[in-house]
Design a protein around this ligand. Structure first.
Ligand SMILES: [Zn+2]
Length: 448
């Protein structure tokens, strides 16, 4: 605990999201760290600066554990500079990069070093890396773990890029046993390849045809297999981007039985519906897909009862030319890094959920998933990372105003609640009044 004499900044608001709820408070910051959460009307220590944000809410910086930065190799799709600016503008102060869509993929320690070299000096927020579990890299998993990745991602069905093949059940078991041997975490794109193969595949611009080609059953079967493997090996697993609400009872039941399984969903599954996707609008394409409104209601129930732990973006951009109007061939991925917070807050608000829930889903729980003990809450000893949000203010999404590289988004034209006024990283503003500071992000390793 820092001495009061070390306090450099008092960040004051009538609405600070503390672990005990949103309340008036003054956050005392000593250098890069939260020293204490003090009463609202506390005195200002000598040498400290007061930053009073009035009624704007002070949230812990968001932690987005599901981002495809694609850099190096597919840096025309995205990149560390642009992705981390979009993150900061969306109140995200920590992101974890997915191991695929960059070249090389993050499947060996050497590749991890290549990724870190691409990121160094170009990141506006803190960045960590997931490793990849692919068929031929079982012996690389422990070295990657030792090199500081936060866990390992695998696919159970084709990933969409040839350099990152999926694991069949036998290989899944082998990789999961290896990862469990050193206490690691496996995060899984859970769609069953056999269920996908037997689904009707009709190309073209109709969203209903695309939806039929990625049925809920594919997710449900994959989650069931994953639960069985995790139970057999007493492994720790995480379901990525859950879309099928039918899988919720499976996950909840497994957890009750002691299986170490967690799950995330994404802003697009929780705020957009299949019914409203226009024909040919492949900016809405992702896998698994955005489903029906009734499915979305059930996902919100899963959030409310804690079956879904986290809400993270799965920001997965590409160049405009790859978003052809044919849902079968267009690149799958939705760009939302900058918009996740307002999108979720808008819907949470409509459904009567408080800001505290949004903070838990988008900051505290993802930090816990990744073991980021210095992130995810405003309390003494944690990094002084903040998002300052005007919760009642609205804006209309204009793709041109977004900071990610290719200004395509499924949210274009939507009016959302929640304007991010500023973002702070380790006690210093990284974005305020629309202006970015010099990149001050750090490369994070597991256990940082
Ligand atoms: Zn993804």
């Amino acid at each position: 605990m820092s001495d009061v004499n070390d306090v450099t900044l008092i960040l004051r608001s009538t609405r600070v999201a503390t672990p005990d709820g949103v309340r008036p408070a003054s956050v005392a910051v000593a250098g890069a760290t939260v020293a204490a959460v003090l009463p609202y009307a506390c005195g200002i220590p000598a040498g400290a600066r007061l930053e009073d944000v009035g009624d704007d809410a002070v949230l812990p910086g968001l932690v987005d554990t599901h981002v495809h930065v694609n850099d190096p190799g597919r840096a025309r799709w995205e990149g560390f500079w642009t992705a981390t600016r979009a993150a900061a503008a969306g109140g995200v102060t920590t992101l974890l990069d997915m191991p695929l869509n960059s070249l090389p993929p993050t499947t060996t320690p050497a590749h991890l070093e290549t990724k870190r070299a691409a990121a160094r000096g170009r990141i506006h927020v803190d960045v960590g890396f997931w490793g990849g579990a692919v068929p031929d890299n079982v012996k690389e998993l422990r070295p990657l773990h030792d090199a500081g990745v936060f866990g390992f991602k695998c696919f159970l069905s084709p990933s969409g890029v040839e350099e990152f093949p999926e694991l069949d059940q036998e290989r899944l078991g082998r990789s999961l046993a290896e990862i469990t041997g050193f206490g690691g975490l496996l995060i899984v794109h859970a769609e069953d390849p056999h269920a996908l193969e037997s689904a009707p595949l009709r190309g073209g611009p109709a969203y209903a045809d695309f939806l039929a080609s990625r049925p809920r059953g594919a997710e449900n079967a994959a989650v069931a297999h994953l639960v069985a493997q995790a139970e057999r090996l007493d492994a720790r697993v995480h379901v990525l981007h859950l879309s099928s609400s039918d899988a919720l009872p499976l996950i909840a039941g497994a957890r009750r039985a002691g299986v170490r399984i967690t799950a995330e969903s994404c802003p697009h599954f929780l705020t957009l519906t299949a019914e409203e996707v226009p024909d040919g609008a492949t900016e809405f394409k992702c896998c698994p897909p955005i489903r029906e409104a009734a499915n979305q209601d059930a996902l919100w129930q899963g959030l409310a009862d804690g079956t879904i732990d986290c809400v993270v973006s799965d920001h997965s951009p590409c160049t405009t030319d790859l978003k052809t109007p044919d849902f079968a061939t267009a690149w799958g991925g939705i760009s939302s890094l900058q918009l996740g917070l307002p999108a979720i807050w808008t819907e949470a608000r409509r459904r009567g959920r408080p800001l505290e829930d949004v903070v838990r889903w988008m900051s505290t729980a993802p930090a816990a998933l990744a073991g980021l003990t210095r992130k995810g809450a405003i309390e003494a000893g944690r990094d002084a990372d903040f998002a300052v949000l005007a919760p009642e203010e609205t804006f209309t999404v204009d793709p041109v105003a977004l900071h990610h590289r290719n200004q395509i988004t499924a949210y274009a034209g939507r009016t959302l609640y929640g304007v991010v006024r500023s973002a702070w990283l380790r006690g210093a503003p990284i974005l305020r009044d629309g202006a970015f500071a010099e990149p001050a992000g750090r490369l994070l390793e597991r256990n940082d």
